[in-house]
Design a protein around this ligand. Structure first.
Ligand code: PAF
Length: 326
């Protein structure tokens, strides 16, 4: 690690003196989805801005489509310094910083603007800052959009339609609790196992935002899509703390600017797919239904017991301050 620090510091000084830099520092950036997904688009923008601002000090190597393992393994790789950067969902983040789970509470955010304002504001900033205590450095909140249910068993309109449904959830206790309360049969599972489990019928369905359903082509393995919007799905641009501590101030500023631009690109992708995604999936043959506000309310009522347990973990004041954030 000392070697990495001194190499970064020397490389920075040589560039400042106008001398040729030493060998470039590798940034392995790993993410679960393909290069043409919202994660891929953000990762490319991240690289572009870092390179534009630092010259040739860094060399990026991308590992899309879970090329370095599931999100939990990748985050652990960041902690020990074998992977430098990642873009991840909130799926396993609460296992590292428990407070992040508050954003996974169903029906918490009104719309994308509300979620973005909270994540970019003091509440999001405070939680982002907690990653430094666990061997990680949170650069920025990104997003995937609102999650919807896909499955091969039946269209979903009421909680009765998910009764006993074998649905994959992320390895996230807040989501698991909600689907249990709804009467489904949720199975927490790392993303790299999901497609084969759907193909083999080990699970009937899964839930993810349009950004994922479209970019992964889940229509190839799922028949029904219910636009439930049951929970907002944040993402995060994280770097390894050992790596971060080895950067000088101007390099840190470049990574921060790059993360802000990456998030703009990610949100732009999400805005686009939120407009065009349903038509794309219809054209690809999915049977789609949109839950009305009244139908959503019946799902919210069905998880009253889950809300009771959320309030034991996250204070009602914190939840209220998110709900009422303007
Ligand atoms: O469902 C998940 O695990 C996540 O949304 C995914 C698809 C890995 C993207 O982060």
């Amino acid at each position: 690690m000392t070697f990495i620090f001194s190499r970064l510091a020397v490389a920075g000084s040589l560039v400042a003196l106008g001398l040729p830099a030493l060998a470039q520092t590798e940034v392995k950036i790993a993410y679960a989805l393909a290069s043409d997904s919202h994660y891929g688009v953000a990762a490319q923008k991240f690289e572009e801005v870092v390179l534009a601002e630092t010259g040739d000090q860094f060399e990026f190597n991308h590992f899309p489509s879970s090329g370095l393992g599931g999100e939990r393994e990748v985050i652990e790789g960041l902690q020990i310094g074998t992977i430098e950067a990642t873009i991840v969902s909130s799926g396993t983040l609460a296992n590292f910083v428990p407070d992040t789970g508050v954003f996974d509470i169903p029906f918490l955010f009104r719309d994308l603007d509300h979620a973005r304002a909270v994540l970019d504001g003091p509440i999001g900033e405070e939680i982002l800052g907690k990653f430094d205590d666990v061997g990680l450095h949170g650069l920025a909140w990104g997003e995937q959009g609102f999650r919807h249910i896909t499955n091969n068993r039946n269209p979903i309109r009421t909680p009765a339609d998910v009764e006993g449904l074998k649905i994959r959830t992320m390895e996230n206790p807040v989501h698991l609790e909600a689907f249990n309360a709804m009467g489904a049969a949720p199975t927490p599972m790392a993303w790299p196992e999901v497609i084969s489990s759907l193909q083999q019928g080990v699970i009937d369905g899964q839930e993810n935002p349009l950004s994922v359903i479209v970019s992964v082509k889940l229509d190839e393995v799922q028949k029904y899509l219910t636009l439930s919007g049951h929970v907002y799905s944040p993402a995060m641009l994280l770097v390894s703390k050992p790596f971060w501590d080895g950067l000088d101030d101007s390099q840190k500023a470049a990574f921060e600017n790059a993360a802000a631009e990456a998030v703009k690109a990610m949100r732009g992708y999400v805005d686009d797919v939120e407009t065009t995604g349903v038509r794309t999936l219809e054209e690809r043959g999915m049977e789609i239904n949109q839950l009305s506000n009244e139908e959503k309310a019946t799902f919210q009522d069905s998880i009253t017991s889950a809300y009771e347990s959320y309030y034991e973990t996250y204070s009602q004041d914190l939840v209220d301050s998110i709900v009422n954030f303007e």
